[in-house]
Design a protein around this ligand. Sequence first.
Ligand code: NFD
Length: 309
Amino acid sequence: MVIVNPSLLTVGLISVALLHANFVMSQYDPEGHKGTTGNIKQVFEGRCWDYDVTRYIPDLPRVTASCEELWKLFFKAFSYQPPCAVALENYQPYLRSATQIVPRDKVLFWSGVFSLAHEYGNYGRRYVTLEDTLIGYLANSITWCGQSIDPGYNVTRCPAWDDCPLEAAESFWAGASMTFAQGAKGEVLLMLDGSNPDKAAYRRNSFFGKFELPNLSKEVTKVSVIVSHALDKPKIDVCGAGSLDLLETDVTERGFSYVCHDDPLAVLHLLCADDPSSRECKLAIKHIRGDLDPSKVDPPAFNKIQEFF
Ligand code: NFD
């Protein structure tokens, strides 16, 4: 029988964590090699019209360029070109025309936690991600690449990002990430995955590490980090150790202040809403109701209480 110090248990229960499969959901399918998304022009322009009507985020400035103009600039950047040789600069006219400056203290970056970050940001209402801005919204989760012959884009197969250094979509996201970081102001938030056995939470070669952190504007004061952990899974990367140590160094060397929180309650509650039957969420519920027998529960993997926001 495991005897648990009740105060330890209390603290541990509150530091419940996250899941991998659920919050690492994004559009990337390594085996996919799909061609350019069907009806890409209509999808792009339709999204653009809809962004102004139903997706409009009150604090973000409206873009003056028309949806047709934006499509032309985006298409020109990669069409009729080899898919592996699209320079970041090609997207500059589109990026310049579609840029919106995000209000101070509202920018949210993420690595490995696509779904969770967008849920936490409430799709632009609490925090604004690149994909909540028009630049990212129009391109998110679609595939594209060029070819020299008509119609100028390949409908059957686009290379994987890892197959070539300047893949059409990878160059886009690099340029978009830089632009997004250059416009950030005040305190920025970064959400990371602390439960991936194959990828460190912070990597210098991630888009965040390569294109966002190095391009943060001088108007940024602080980088506030949330490390999320999959519910009932080992906590591999935590604040103050491993890759988070490296992140603190990289952030403070650039003159920003740094703070890091493992599994803040607001994030934990989101995870428990998706997976209330996980062991950690069930324990938390029992604890809240006061009907937990401490002698029957193993201590959690780490014991930090995080009161955050
Ligand atoms: P990540 P991160 N091949 O989760 N952002 O820090 C293909 F095809 O590791 C947004 O690198 O975090 N896709 C988007 C890949 C894309 C590959 C890039 C690969 N080898 C950057 N590697 C976006 N919305 O798609 C990674 N990906 C794709 C900006 C895959 O879709 C955001 O502002 C994965 O979900 C955010 O702050 C996504 O790239 C940061 O950079 C992110 O990879 C996230 O890039």
